[in-house]
Design a protein around this ligand. Structure first.
Ligand SMILES: [Zn+2]
Length: 74
């Protein structure tokens, strides 16, 4: 299941989460805020900050120590 999308304003504290609105309502609110205030709206996925990293974590993969694989036709 995808984490809920959050629309937020880059210029004030406005935000609208998919948790509280349907995606259609959320999009409409974002457009309305942008049009009425002239602010820029951005969005992000509501995930834990610890999961934001794209860094590979070798200790989690379990296979890092097995590379390169040993050949059996020696
Ligand atoms: Zn704003």
């Amino acid at each position: 299941m995808e984490p809920p999308l959050v629309n937020y304003c880059l210029e004030c504290a406005w935000s609208a989460s998919a948790v509280d609105h349907t995606r259609k309502q959320q999009a409409a609110l974002a457009v309305e805020h942008a049009v009425t205030t002239g602010h820029d709206i951005d969005s992000y996925r509501e995930t834990d900050a610890s999961e934001e990293s794209d860094e590979p974590n070798e200790s989690d993969t379990g296979w890092a120590d097995e590379w390169p694989p040993s050949r059996e036709d020696g």
